[in-house]
Design a protein around this ligand. Structure first.
Ligand code: GLP
Length: 242
């Protein structure tokens, strides 16, 4: 595990963008696993800058997003479909056929859509670099603390802490969807490299519990300690309890 403690959010975003850029530059058709949330916004902004300067080409890049809320239309401002368009997809030359985001539909097609999503990752040859944030309860994607974790893409009930934490993006807590679809631990752990970003004091307990040397499904991010190529880029505040 390569732990990089940086000064602040800006430095975290810059180093994160550098690591993603290197993957894209090393492999023309790089497969990226992408995260949402407030944490990687700065990193995406820097990737867009690099593209505008002509330093990055997304033409053959393939992307898979980690998760999506169930029940939010793709054009809902808080959906992760919309987030990705706003932060990255609308600003770079990614080919829309190379973009995959888990389904937001809760109907009978959900299970099959999850299966197809995993198959698509497999057909792409797996993920070269998986970008992750971390929830205040140690979740990755939307894999919430539990006695067991699922390997495949699946439907989840969001934990109360997650609903609470994400309510800042909605008008009220009641508006936060209670369910989501998330990539499971299987595709993430099979990624060639993993990059986890975290910033701020509120992430310090989750960071401590995840990288303390103990592994538990009650802190899903702690399983990353079992991966051979994980880089953790966190700011001083998030590292304050390590
Ligand atoms: C969200 C997402 C995660 C994200 C995490 C932290 O609910 N499902 O992929 O990493 O929670 O979000 P933030 O970066 O806004 O703190």
């Amino acid at each position: 595990m390569d732990l990089q403690v940086v000064g602040d959010y800006r430095e975290m975003s810059e180093l994160g963008a550098k690591i993603v850029s290197e993957t894209i530059q090393e492999k023309k058709n790089a497969v990226l696993g992408l995260a949402t949330g407030s944490t990687p916004e700065g990193m995406y902004a820097r990737l867009v800058e690099k593209y505008r300067r002509g330093d990055l080409d997304f033409k053959s890049v393939v992307t898979f997003n980690l998760d999506e809320y169930v029940g939010l239309a793709p054009d809902h401002p808080q959906s992760y479909h919309y987030y990705m368009k706003r932060n990255l997809f609308d600003h770079v030359n990614l080919d829309p056929v190379n973009i995959s985001i888990p389904t937001s539909s809760s109907d009978e097609t959900l299970e099959e859509a999850c299966r197809q999503f995993d198959k698509k990752i497999e057909h792409a040859g797996g993920i070269d670099l998986q970008v992750l944030g971390i929830g205040v309860n140690g979740h990755i994607g939307f894999n919430e603390p539990a006695p067991y974790l699922k390997t495949a893409t699946h439907l989840v009930e969001l934990a109360e802490e997650t609903i609470e934490a994400n309510s800042r993006f909605f008008q009220s807590k009641e508006e936060v969807p209670r369910k989501a679809v998330t990539m499971g631990l299987g595709s993430m752990m099979a990624a060639d490299k993993i990059l986890l970003l975290a910033n701020g004091k509120n992430k310090a307990p989750a960071v401590r519990d995840s990288f303390s040397g103990l592994v538990s499904t009650e802190t899903p991010a702690s399983l990353l300690q079992l991966h051979r190529k994980v880089t953790i880029v966190i700011d001083r505040e998030a590292a304050s309890l390590l």
